[in-house]
Design a protein around this ligand. Structure first.
Ligand code: AKG
Ligand code: FE2
Length: 288
C-alpha cells in the first residue's frame, strides 16, 4: 500500500532565501550550493574515471574512507584521496565542526533509483549530506514503520540489491517484538532536489525516516511529465570509530545499534552458558 501526501512547507531563511528548512524534521535544503562550473567539473571527473557506464545501473565512486558494503560502515583500510572538486566546497558546508571524511559519488542513469532505506545510525556522525547535480529528482521520505523494522531484521541481504548504500547493518535472525502485529504504513512525500543543491539530514529525517529515489524515467512536475536525465549525487558522512560507534536515537525499530543489542540479548538468552564468549564478539559490535 502506498500513501502519498504533499511535502511539508519549508521555512525560508529570511536572510538567505536559498536556504529552506524543515526544523521539525531536521532537514535543510540549500539551493545553488555549487556553481554551474563546479557542476561541470564534477560531471567531467565522474565520466573520466568511469568512461563505460551501463545505462541501466547506478554507479558509485568512493573517496576518503570507502563505504563498506558488508558492515554498512566505513572501511578501516581502504582510502582514496579526496579530489579537489570535493575539498573545494568543504569550507562552505553549514556544519564546520563535523566535516565529512567518507564520500560516495553516484551516477543515476534515467530510470534508476535507490530503494527506501535509513542510513546506518551508529557508524557515522549525525549530519548526512547529499549534494545533487545533473537532473533534478524527487527524493521520497517516509516515517519508518514496523515493516521497515521487520525488513532490517530479516536474514542477511545484499546491500546493493535491496537498499541504499548507507543502509542498515547485517540484521539478526530474530524479529523484535516491536515489529509484531502493527501494519501501520506512514504516508510518503516527495522533496524535489534541484541540481547543485545540498541536502542536510539531521534528527528525525536522518534517524527515523526512510529516503528513496524511485526508479522512473519521468517525473510529474506541476502535472506535466518531465523526462529525467542523468542525475549525480555526492553522499557525505563523517565516520565513527571504536567507542564512538553507538546510537541512542528515539527510533529503535530502525537503529542498527539497537538491532545489535537485540542480537546479543537473543544469543545470550539462547545460550546462557556461552554468554561470555559471545560478548567478546559483540563487544566489537559494528564490525561483527
Ligand atoms: O543520491 C542521493 O541523493 C542519496 C543517496 C543515498 O541515500 C545513500 O547513498 O545512502
Ligand atoms: Fe541514504
Amino acid at each position: 500500500m502506498t500513501l502519498k501526501t504533499l511535502p511539508p512547507e519549508p521555512i525560508i531563511d529570511p536572510d538567505n532565501t536559498k536556504i529552506h528548512r524543515w526544523p521539525d524534521l531536521g532537514l535543510t535544503l540549500i539551493h545553488d550550493f555549487i556553481s554551474p562550473s563546479e557542476e561541470a567539473t564534477m560531471v567531467a571527473a565522474f565520466h573520466a574515471r568511469d568512461p563505460d557506464l551501463n545505462p541501466k545501473r547506478r554507479v558509485s565512486q568512493h573517496y576518503g574512507y570507502h563505504f563498506d558494503y558488508t558492515t554498512f560502515g566505513a572501511s578501516e583500510t581502504e582510502y582514496s584521496p579526496i579530489p579537489d572538486y570535493i575539498t573545494a566546497f568543504l569550507p562552505r558546508l553549514p556544519l564546520q565542526d563535523c566535516i565529512p571524511d567518507q564520500f560516495t559519488v553516484q551516477y543515476y542513469p534515467p530510470g534508476t533509483g535507490i530503494p527506501p532505506h535509513v542510513d546506518t545510525h551508529s557508524m557515522f556522525e549525525e549530519p548526512l549530506y547529499s549534494l545533487s547535480f545533473g537532473s533534478a529528482v524527487p527524493m521520497t521520505f517516509r516515517l519508518a514503520g514496523p515493516n521497515d523494522a521487520r525488513k532490517m531484521r530479516l536474514p542477511r541481504r545484499s546491500a546493493m540489491q535491496s537498499e541504499g548504500e548507507g543502509a542498515a547493518p547485517p540484521p539478526p535472525s530474530s524479529v523484535s517484538s516491536q515489529t509484531g502485529g502493527d501494519e501501520t504504513v506512514h504516508p510518503s512525500w516527495d522533496l524535489m532536489l534541484p541540481p547543485r543543491s545540498l541536502l542536510l539530514m539531521m534528527g528525525p529525517s536522518r534517524y527515523g525516516y526512510t529516503h528513496a529515489i524511485r526508479p522512473r524515467k519521468n517525473d510529474v512536475v506541476d502535472g506535466v511529465a518531465v523526462p529525467r536525465k542523468g542525475r549525480y549525487s555526492i553522499t557525505m558522512r563523517k565516520v565513527r570509530r571504536g567507542e564512538q560507534i553507538k546510537c541512542d536515537c528515539p527510533y529503535p525499530g530502525v537503529c542498527d545499534a539497537r538491532i545489535r543489542e537485540e542480537m546479543a540479548l537473543a544469543r545470550a538468552q539462547a545460550c546462557p552458558k556461552g554468554q561470555d564468549e559471545n560478548d567478546k564478539h559483540t563487544g566489537e559490535s559494528a564490525k561483527s
